[in-house]
Design a protein around this ligand. Structure first.
Ligand SMILES: [Zn+2]
Ligand SMILES: [Zn+2]
Length: 368
């Protein structure tokens, strides 16, 4: 810590990758190391010295795939942040915190009716929090939403960055699903950055059975150690083949054919097709992953099945302490799923992660 901080070091996205439809030319995106002044902190705001910031699929979407950020570039990406409060609101100084990925306005009808995770006026670091994001030395944020970290034992503060978004989104999804002890659960895309925590979360909340579906066998084997009871490798299989395999597993294990809670985390058309194929009587499909692709389904089946399809977005800051507790009490393992790299490796880390999803969530730690 030490001393008054006047300047923030940061890796800005000066421009995202762009594609010219006429010339068919791709202009590569640009990340640049910059120094920006610390803004005048308003009452209720603090400055957090960043310990770590996770590299999320969403960041890659902004940088490579034309997903627009709310604040126009140049801005700094990064929304999975842990750190220490070094300025602002006196009551917070010196405290270790996790910055929620989504910070609701707390004034609108959604916020007042418990749906603040989807507040339309919400602020997200690395997207809609002016030009500020987590791939920086510091970040100014409202203090009201911060999740204080106490008694973290041997777990480094930087690793806890993944609680923001990657580990909390599954908790909100489980809430939306009204997940109860004894429920039977399928996680489609259980090997992904959020999927691996979805499987662990379902188990930690008392699911009787967790079936994980994905393509990477190495990661599926790991899922068996962390949450999943059974896995199905979906490589080269269509939704029909997966349904058949699923029914076989149910028969073999004496599991019911009804009431399954299905979490689609892959955010892909094949994943959605698999999940829809498994949706049956009194089942619930919770859509956690995002894709622009269109997937066909005859929604009349929902009536016949007395079933539901539900979307879920982000996680209420109020739930962060619950998830942090689950991590600190080892009900949810993050250590096996985190890799630390210096923030200066941001360009090559983005490029690698975009090329092929890494085995572990990469958390960048400031080295300015
Ligand atoms: Zn994220
Ligand atoms: Zn709101």
């Amino acid at each position: 810590m030490g001393g008054v901080v006047n300047m923030i070091w940061t890796w800005q996205m000066v421009q995202p990758t762009s594609f010219n439809k006429e010339t068919k030319e791709t202009t590569p995106g640009k990340l640049e190391k910059k120094q920006i002044p610390v803004p005048q902190l308003q009452p209720g705001e603090v400055l957090v010295e960043v310990a770590g910031c996770g590299v999320c699929h969403t960041d890659l979407g902004y940088f490579y795939d034309g997903v627009p950020t709310v604040s126009k570039p140049p801005l700094t990406l990064g929304h999975e942040i842990s750190g220490t409060v070094v300025a602002g609101d006196q009551a917070w100084i010196g405290k270790e915190v996790i910055v929620p990925a989504v910070m609701p306005c707390r004034k609108c009808i959604l916020c007042k009716t418990g749906r603040g995770n989807r507040c339309l006026d919400q602020k997200m670091p690395g997207n809609s929090l002016a030009l500020f994001g987590g791939f920086s030395s510091h970040i100014p944020v409202p203090s009201v939403d911060l999740c204080e970290v106490k008694k973290r034992g041997n777990i480094p503060l930087s690793h806890l960055a993944v609680v923001a978004d990657a580990a909390t989104t599954p908790y909100q999804a489980a809430k939306r699903a009204d997940l109860q002890p004894g429920d039977n659960v399928v996680v489609v895309g259980i090997t992904g950055g959020v999927g691996q925590y979805m499987g662990q979360m379902a188990k930690a909340l008392g699911a009787k059975t967790v079936i994980g579906i994905a393509r990477n066998q190495e990661k599926l084997n790991r899922a068996l150690k962390f949450g999943a009871d059974v896995v199905i490798n979906s490589t080269d299989k269509d939704a029909g083949a997966i349904s058949k395999e699923f029914r076989g597993i149910c028969k073999e294990r004496g599991l019911p054919a009804t009431g399954w809670k299905l979490f689609e985390v892959s955010g892909s058309k094949p994943g959605q097709e698999i999940a829809l194929g498994l949706l049956s009587f009194t089942g619930k499909l919770i859509v956690v992953g995002f894709t622009l692709a269109k997937t066909e389904y005859s929604i009349g089946r929902l009536m016949a099945f007395d079933a539901e399809i539900i979307g879920t977005w982000g996680c209420l800051p109020e739930y962060y302490p619950i998830v942090l507790d689950m991590v600190l009490s080892q009900k949810i393992n993050i250590e096996e799923f985190v890799e630390i790299r210096p923030t200066s490796s941001i360009a090559e880390t983005f490029a690698q992660a975009h090329k092929s999803p890494p085995m572990k969530r990469i958390v960048l730690t400031p080295d300015f």
